[in-house]
Design a protein around this ligand. Structure first.
Ligand SMILES: [Zn+2]
Length: 581
């Protein structure tokens, strides 16, 4: 009896979805037309801030206009925002002199991007009371690998019996030979960022890194640019630079000047709207940027620079976005809710476009009903799991919809997770119910081989049909959607380095000293410790947190069950919270 009732309910729900009809027909050909433009070599991989990305934006704008969408950016269809593109280090603004000998920038040495910036340095040091004192010469103290470990993996200390406070230290890259310390796990302590934090904890005045014998002597730096300066100068020296130092005796006269040039650039989201009967809005989005020539840490490709066309990631989502825009603009009956179509830029650089929009909406943000993100929807036929729908846990109404949906056109795999590395996360953190529609990962992900030949255009048409089923159902449902905090983050692989998680969403946009929390997940250590959205983590355990990299570095040190003190800035106040992992 119970079963019979359930079946009746399923049929009645499926029957009750009155799909929105349109004069416009979405076909595999109309989909491919957009992908051919967006994934063409002439757009050079649509990297943020590059001409190819702007060309893609202009194409999408023309499509939105042709479809008859109203412009709803800040500047017509565009919404501009600025971002940190590069940190430049030029010989005009940087110098290093030691006992009258000049080191050559990029040949003998570089200041690291994380170094203190805009600094004219004369030798200084600190006395025991911490007062700065001027000196004309200083010792450089070598602290071997600069590693200090005292945890379960073993005990090892390069700082033992060394008075480094206020001194310049030199530190080798890498870690001691495993043979000599079979029981010590150096893997969590050998990155530059680990060593920098350890040295700063010992109150050194400056750090010089160098490469030990027997290794490639190329200058290295962190590849990332979204880092914030440390309070001390930090250099990397090649062998030639070290030789120039070692030619002189134990004491040095040195002066240096560091200027890191923070190059900012502008990028843009493309936004248009189909006005419905009400100003309550459904946001439909897809990112149009990709990885350019692969010269970014997000690329998984190794080899000569090559164009990453990103046909699946995410020309596929944008093609569907444009086609849906045409579809609803020509709907036979006006939709109940307004539909905002947005093509995001800067997703690959850290959800920049989506975060900028979510924080500066060009519509009334209190009237946003839900957000639907299409990111990588071009490979349906090769996926056993069919179409993945993530974020189902962000409102009970999604759960109700999928529970009762009897959908035959494509196989659906549902996940409650609401936070993942794609644009919908920027909306979930604003407490807007959001779904990520996704045909799944594949071996060509973030490689030049993610190209047009592999695209399943019939599959994308099926995805647009599913989108219409979903949108049509919610268009007739008058009930407001109440956001529920999803319990877990993306189900994907967590990097092995981390055995714990704090359960927070990083703020990728606000540039602050520290790690700003943009959202707190339910039932995770951060929530239990009392952390709130907007808090800035300044210290976790012993590690001072300057940016997300320090944060990840700190996290790698903890294990389940550890309790540590976190210092958090909330408003003007710094508070201490106890976090148990
Ligand atoms: Zn993507």
């Amino acid at each position: 009896m119970k079963k019979l009732l359930l079946i009746t309910f399923v049929i009645s729900l499926t029957a009750s979805i009155q799909a929105i009809e349109s004069q416009y027909h979405i076909t595999p050909e109309s989909i491919m037309k957009h992908i051919e433009v967006l994934a063409h070599d002439s757009l050079e991989g649509r990297q943020i801030g590059e001409p190819g990305e702007l060309k893609a934006a202009e194409y999408i704008r023309a499509q939105f206009k042709a479809a008859g969408l109203s412009a709803i950016g800040t500047d017509n269809y565009f919404q501009y925002y600025d971002f940190l593109k590069e940190i430049k280090i030029t010989p005009e603004n940087n110098s290093f002199n030691i006992n009258g000998t000049s080191l050559v920038l990029h040949e003998d040495y570089i200041p690291l991007k994380v170094s203190f910036n805009n600094l004219q340095y004369m030798p200084t040091a600190y006395d025991d009371l911490g007062t700065q004192i001027q000196r004309t010469s200083l010792n450089i103290i070598d602290v071997n690998f600069g590693i200090k470990i005292s945890d379960d993996s073993g005990v090892y200390n390069d700082y033992a019996n060394k008075d480094v406070k206020g001194k310049i230290v030199s530190i080798k890259r890498f870690a001691p030979d495993k043979k000599d310390y079979p029981h010590v796990d150096f893997s969590k302590h050998e990155l530059l960022i680990d060593k920098i934090n350890t040295a700063i904890a010992h109150k050194v005045s400056s750090i010089i890194f160098y490469t030990p014998e027997g290794h490639d002597d190329t200058l290295v730096d962190q590849r990332v640019i979204k880092i914030l300066s440390k309070e001390i100068p930090i250099f990397f020296f090649k062998k030639s630079g070290m030789e120039k130092i070692n030619q002189v005796s134990d004491t040095y006269d040195m002066t240096f000047y560091i200027e890191l040039d923070y190059v900012r650039d502008t990028s843009q989201n493309v936004i248009g709207i189909v006005e419905g009967e009400t100003d309550t809005t459904v946001i439909i989005g897809a990112h149009y940027d990709h990885l350019g020539w692969g010269d970014t840490y997000a690329s998984s490709y190794k080899g000569e620079p090559a164009i990453h066309n990103g046909a699946d990631d995410n020309a596929s989502g944008v093609a569907a976005l444009i086609e849906l825009a045409h579809y609803y603009a020509q709907a036979k009956e006006k939709p109940h809710y307004s539909m905002l179509f947005i093509a995001f830029s800067g997703e690959e650089a850290g959800l920049l476009g989506a975060s900028n929009f979510a924080k500066n909406m060009t519509i009334d943000s209190s009237k946003v009903r839900m957000m639907l993100n299409m990111d990588m929807i071009g490979r349906l036929k090769e996926q056993d799991k069919g179409l993945a729908i993530m974020g189902v846990g962000t409102t009970n109404e999604f759960t109700n919809f999928f529970d009762s949906l009897n959908y035959q056109d494509v196989k659906l795999t549902l996940s409650n997770a609401g936070y993942a590395a794609s644009d919908h996360t920027a909306f979930t953190t604003e407490e807007i119910p959001a779904l990520h529609i996704f045909t799944g990962a594949h071996k060509d992900y973030h490689k030049p081989s993610d190209d047009i030949e592999m695209i399943d255009a019939d599959g994308i048409v099926k995805v647009t049909r599913f989108m219409n089923t979903l949108i049509s159902y919610f268009d007739t449902l008058e009930k407001p959607l109440t956001f529920t905090k999803p319990k877990s983050s993306h189900d994907g692989k967590r990097r092995k380095k981390y055995s714990v998680t704090l359960g927070v969403i990083p703020d990728h946009v606000t540039e602050v000293q520290g790690f700003r929390i943009d959202g707190v997940m339910a039932d995770k250590p951060a929530e239990k410790a009392g952390m709130l959205k907007g808090d800035i983590i300044k210290k976790l355990g012993e590690v001072v947190i300057n940016d997300i990299y320090d944060y990840m570095n700190a996290l790698s040190k903890f294990k389940k069950g550890d309790t540590v003190t976190a210092i958090v800035k909330r408003g003007d106040k710094e508070i201490e919270l106890s976090v148990t992992f």
